[in-house]
Unconditional design. Structure first.
Lengths: 303, 311
């Protein structure tokens, strides 16, 4: 029982982070129909932004202060939103209307470019760096179940961001435009929607979420390094497919399901060393049996 | 019996192999160990690129898991060689080990090919990437092949002659296959899957066949690689290795055998020339991919072709 509870807490934390990243993948896929491989690197850039902002911000607000932490998160999200839009503008916009494979390979190229640049000695260097604590941490114990304040913070922050996302997408003008562009780009543009602006906004929004996810991930992980985004990024993509790609609630459900499954299956002793393969095995199974994902609708190809 | 294109390739390949092995063995033109090593690397790269070209180029699928097939072949062949003669005194066994590696890799290709019948484009890319990762995770946990610390002391059986002979066989087999009556099916799947299907081309079978054959040769390349480097580690077969092979195919022009061979050689030699800039090498490499996609997505070496020829 304790084991179940402990794994649920761990799984929920991991799943929330997957969900935040998966939203970025699924939004971009919904509109442009390609996998933005660079998304996982934006997550890394978010964590590194926070890493470099922390000393400056704590000089102003003091170490581990709540206001300081919020400042760091907002600034890092802002930086990454701009970077995300820049990536779209420089690398993906010139390739609009090209075959999807061309864009996919470019996305891989962008991702490699960010990773190798970040690994360079004069940038972040390849070594793992200790991520500063942004908030005071308290540990709790209930019977044999251990958790700390970060474990609680992650799902709460995720929930708040999801609510904000839901509001933006469903209730605002720009959200309506986003949905219109994802439904039919050409028709939307005929109705006066500035498609390029909407795509840019989508990248900004997704990148901001990725940055926050990166900071949350770094708070739970022992340290940060330039390749830290690769594994959670791949998992989050799988989560997006699991929930039905292009479907926003699907990304959240997929993220949580994947996080919890991975924690539970990885907690079984003889499976634990295969942990890295579990997500991919789930991906292959879902694509074999329900390729549209848990919440996705099957589409028929028209000729 | 041969199409003219295939015959031309066969002759060119034989000439290359004979010339190369002559140079390696004659004292006057003797290559030192370094050049010999790099030349073998290039030969292995040719096999990998040409075999991936069948899947990604001719058949128009998108596999990001070629390093996984290479790993299967490499580990199988190396383990068998070590079991037969740990001291490396059974060179006669080398072809059998290579063949076994290729066959097991082909089996892995069959396993990847089956889900591929339902998937297209980027979904397929991510599934093949996943298979590559799963293979790596499995190898990392297999004590019999050294797990995470790698497999050491593999006998050095790979020679220049073996490498280029097998490269020629790969090039010959795949160009002949694609140019044969049967091979039209691969190109039909590439050009328009729906139209091909409605014309009665068994698209599923072609896709799986492409995966199986591509994986077989990747497995052979893996075996050559294992007996060349004498050391295998799971991290050597990661996502980046697959990307390297994909870039060779793109740079050469998808479905263009001549270009793909040229790209494989160039991309193997390039890092050797860029040693002085090794800090920036990978950054340049990534930029190259992006620029290539923007400026010449059809590949650098795409020449005008004779009507109806695919090689």
């Amino acid at each position: 029982m304790d084991w179940l509870l402990q794994q649920s807490i761990n799984g929920l934390g991991l799943g929330s982070i997957y969900a935040l990243i998966a939203l970025g993948y699924t939004m971009v896929y919904g509109i442009l129909r390609f996998i933005n491989f660079a998304h996982s690197d934006v997550l890394m850039l978010g964590a590194f932004s926070a890493f470099y902002l922390e000393p400056q911000v704590s000089r102003l607000f003091g170490r581990e202060s709540v206001v300081g932490a919020i400042m760091i998160v907002i600034l890092a999200a802002g930086i990454c939103a701009v970077l995300g839009m820049l990536i779209e503008f420089l690398a993906y916009r010139p390739l609009r209307n090209r075959p999807r494979l061309t864009v996919l390979i470019t996305a891989i190229g962008v991702s490699l470019f960010i990773e190798f640049t970040a690994q360079h000695e004069k940038v972040f260097s390849a070594k793992t760096q200790f991520f500063p604590r942004l908030l005071p941490e308290h540990s709790f114990q209930m019977g044999n179940v251990f958790f700390n304040s970060t474990d609680l913070l992650v799902p709460v922050v995720t929930l708040l961001l999801l609510a904000a996302m839901w509001f933006i997408v469903q209730k605002t003008r720009i959200g309506t435009a986003m949905r219109a562009v994802s439904y039919n780009q050409q028709a939307a543009s005929l109705m006066g929607v500035n498609v390029n602006r909407i795509i840019s906004f989508t990248f900004g929004l997704g990148s901001a979420l990725a940055a926050i996810a990166g900071i949350l991930y770094a708070m739970k992980a022992p340290g940060i390094e330039p390749l830290m985004g690769v594994q959670p990024g791949l998992r989050a993509f799988i989560a997006a497919v699991l929930g039905g790609i292009g479907n926003l609630p699907g990304a959240v459900v997929g993220g949580l399901v994947l996080g919890i499954l991975e924690t539970f299956l990885g907690g079984i002793p003889w499976l634990s060393s295969y942990r890295d393969g579990i997500a991919f095995a789930i991906l292959i199974l879902i694509l074999l049996f329900k390729p549209a994902g848990l919440l996705g609708k099957a589409t028929v190809e028209k000729v | 019996m041969f199409t003219t294109g295939a015959k031309r390739w066969l002759l060119l390949g034989i000439a290359l192999a004979v010339g190369a092995s002559f140079m390696a063995h004659s004292p006057g033109f003797g290559m030192n160990r370094y050049y010999l090593g790099v030349t073998i690397d290039a030969g292995i790269a040719i096999i990998l690129a040409v075999s991936l070209n069948l899947i990604n180029g001719h058949t128009g699928q998108f596999s990001l898991g070629h390093a996984g097939f290479m790993a299967v072949g490499g580990y199988t062949a190396a383990k068998l060689s070590l079991m037969v003669s740990p001291a490396g005194e059974a060179a006669w066994f080398f072809p059998i080990a290579l063949l076994a590696g290729g066959l097991l890799a082909a089996l892995a290709g069959l396993l990847v090919g089956i889900p591929s019948l339902r998937l297209r484009g980027d979904y397929l890319a991510i599934v093949t990437l996943g298979f590559g990762e799963i293979i790596r995770v499995v190898v990392q946990n297999m004590e019999a092949v050294g797990a995470a610390s790698g497999l050491k002391g593999i006998p050095k059986y790979t020679t220049l002659g073996w490498t280029f002979a097998l490269a020629v066989v790969t090039i010959y087999f795949i160009t002949t296959l694609v140019n044969s009556t049967y091979g039209r099916g691969f190109i039909a799947v590439h050009d328009d899957e729906v139209a091909a299907e409605s014309m009665g081309v068994p698209t599923t079978r072609y896709k799986v066949t492409a995966f199986v054959i591509g994986a077989f040769f990747a497995g052979i390349a893996g075996g050559l690689y294992a007996h060349h480097k004498q050391f295998l580690s799971p991290t050597g077969f990661d996502f980046l290795k697959s990307i390297d092979i994909v870039v060779m195919v793109i740079l050469g022009g998808m479905g263009r055998t001549a270009g793909v061979i040229a790209a494989a050689v160039i991309l193997t030699l390039l890092p050797e020339f860029l040693r002085a800039f090794s800090d920036y090498r990978m950054i340049i490499y990534a930029l190259l991919i992006i620029l290539l996609m923007m400026l010449r997505p059809q590949g650098l070496f795409t020449f005008k072709l004779k009507k109806g020829s695919q090689a």
